[in-house]
Design a protein around this ligand. Structure first.
Ligand SMILES: NC(=O)C1=CN([C@@H]2O[C@H](COP(=O)(O)OP(=O)(O)OC[C@H]3O[C@@H](n4cnc5c(N)ncnc54)[C@H](OP(=O)(O)O)[C@@H]3O)[C@@H](O)[C@H]2O)C=CC1
Ligand SMILES: O=C(O)C1=N[C@H](C(=O)O)C[C@H](O)C1
Length: 239
């Protein structure tokens, strides 16, 4: 299987290495702003695009795929609502796997939240805490937003980003972002009741888990009909 990579930062480089070390994959090239290369500069005989870059690169991916249909794996975070709608529109033409976190742990974390939140939400307060390395551009993390969607599927709760001088109200979910050093990625959902606390934490100890997941997602995507898929579809089958 042949892959074109978009973005040649920390993750783009790791994806390239992971593909080069695999027996059944090949990288046809990297579209990256630092080398002034876009997808049109690469050989066109590839099967899937893997994007770990920046939201500003989305328009280039969309216009390329419009003319050259390919499976697309989108890992980039920090998109606007409008950009997310354009990813949904793209998925009507080609298979798209889009997730803010390719790890098995976070994929299962979402399922657990969907099961336990209905039991706890009326009596426990809920807060999300995410920690990442100092170089991360977006906050809150894409994963924190994804966990929030699993907790508040119908978008009923008010969201408080950070907290300044107001007490916690029952109908709020607080989201807190911490940046420092080389933390790969840590996400905690804290359920606090009267006299008891229940929390779940996922820690990424290496970026390799994301690269491995994205490669598995690309192998899945090339076999699918057009549609929008996430990591639950990739690992556990389309619901
Ligand atoms: N879904 C998942 O599992 C994961 C997702 N991510 C996400 O992937 C993305 C990349 O992460 P990472 O590799 O660590 O980030 P890096 O900052 O190391 O790399 C980002 C890449 O995007 C390019 N870029 C930055 N700003 C712009 C811009 N304004 N326009 C076009 N291109 C730009 C950079 O080019 P230049 O060097 O020239 O700035 C670089 O090639 C992030 O959104 C991150 O949140 C990360 C890990 C896991
Ligand atoms: O930028 C990162 O590094 C990461 N970004 C993703 C996110 O925004 O959730 C996934 C992971 O936590 C690492």
């Amino acid at each position: 299987m042949k892959i074109a990579i978009v973005g040649y930062g920390k993750m783009g480089k790791l994806i390239k290495k992971t593909i080069e070390e695999s027996k059944d994959m090949e990288c046809v090239g990297v579209a990256s702003p630092e080398e002034s290369k876009d997808l049109t500069d690469l050989p066109s005989d590839f099967d899937a695009i893997i994007d770990f870059s920046h939201p500003d690169n989305l328009s280039g991916i969309l216009s390329y795929v419009e003319k050259n249909p390919k499976a697309v794996v989108i890992a980039t975070t920090g998109f606007t609502e409008e950009q997310i709608r354009s990813i949904e529109a793209l998925s009507q033409k080609v298979p798209v796997v889009y997730t803010a976190n390719f790890s098995l742990g976070v994929t299962v974390f979402q399922q657990v939240l969907k099961q336990i939140t209905p039991i706890l939400r009326d009596t426990f307060d809920i807060e999300i805490i995410e920690k990442h390395h100092r170089l991360k551009l977006d906050a809150p993390s894409g994963t924190a937003k994804m966990l929030l969607s699993a907790i508040d599927e119908n978008n009923e709760r008010e969201k408080v980003y950070g907290r300044e001088g107001n007490s916690k109200r029952k109908e709020e979910i607080g989201i807190h972002s911490i940046r420092g050093g080389t933390i790969v990625g840590e996400h905690t959902v804290l359920f606090t009741g009267d006299d008891e606390v229940f929390e779940i934490t996922h820690q990424a100890h290496s970026k390799q888990i994301f690269a491995n997941g994205a490669v598995v997602a690309a192998k899945f995507a090339v076999k699918q009909e057009p549609g929008l898929y996430d990591m639950n579809d990739v690992l556990f089958g389309k619901r």
